[in-house]
Ligand binder design. Structure first.
Ligand code: GSH
Length: 220
């Protein structure tokens, strides 16, 4: 049996994308030593971190002797191949496509609108104040979740979780978005299917351990 490699994870307590990796590591029984990158202090824009990810985004997963892996979805896929059990993708081709599609609705089309660099640009270049930023957050989180809710409510593959009764990458991404919404005290509205699934996910230790407020650097 091959030894499990040792990982370092560049992380920030309330980062949604980092939550995904934490939850996946927990689900697969893997561990990573976290290296705290303080986004509020701009540490992700320092030359040493930009050498790891020129986009200045966390997370990055590093295995000794290997190039860093950035992009949370790529990291989830890497972990899935490294440690296939328990699987975070269904066995069937169409199921895998559905899970990846659900995950991308939030990770690719929702979350990127809500990152600190977008806030910074809108504040400095477009004069957006805190109230307008909050309205922006409510709008784009709400738009993404409403679209996901429609699919989850009408598609027969939805089960206890986003896809059947087994936790998948779609659940990991969904929980990551809800985690950061909770940090910013933004409630999800009119999403009964998502609320039901989240109640099941919240009960799982792998997700509870990834909670932003349980991480290094979180406010007491
Ligand atoms: N698509 C990337 C997103 C990475 C990203 O934007 N991470 C946020 C934290 S959740 C970040 O580091 N933002 C820094 C910034 O916006 O300046 C992923 O999934 O890993």
């Amino acid at each position: 049996m091959s030894a499990i490699p040792e990982f370092h994870l560049y992380a920030f307590w309330r980062s949604s994308a980092t939550f995904r990796v934490r939850a996946a590591l927990n689900l697969k029984g893997l561990k990573a030593h976290e290296l705290f990158v303080n986004l509020e202090a701009g540490e992700h824009l320092r030359p040493d971190f930009l050498a790891i990810n020129p986009l200045g985004g966390i997370p990055a997963l590093v295995q000794a002797g290997q190039p860093p892996i950035t992009q949370s979805l790529a990291i989830l896929e890497f972990l899935e191949e490294l440690q296939p059990e328990p699987p975070l993708l269904p066995r069937d081709l169409h199921g895998r496509a559905r899970v990846r599609s659900l995950a991308a609705m939030l990770a690719s089309d929702t979350h990127p609108l809500l990152t600190p660099r977008i806030k910074k640009y809108l504040a400095t270049q477009a004069g957006m104040d805190d109230a307008a930023w909050r309205a922006w957050q409510v709008h784009w989180f709400g738009t993404g979740l409403a679209a996901l809710e429609q699919r989850l409510a009408r598609e027969p593959q939805t089960g206890r979780y986003c896809h059947g009764d087994t936790v998948t990458m779609a659940d990991v991404v969904l929980a990551s978005i809800l985690a950061v919404m909770r940090v910013f005290k933004i409630p999800s509205q009119n999403t009964p299917t998502i609320d039901r699934i989240m109640a099941s996910l919240d009960a799982l230790e792998a997700f509870a351990l990834a909670d932003p407020f349980r991480q290094q650097g979180a406010p007491a």
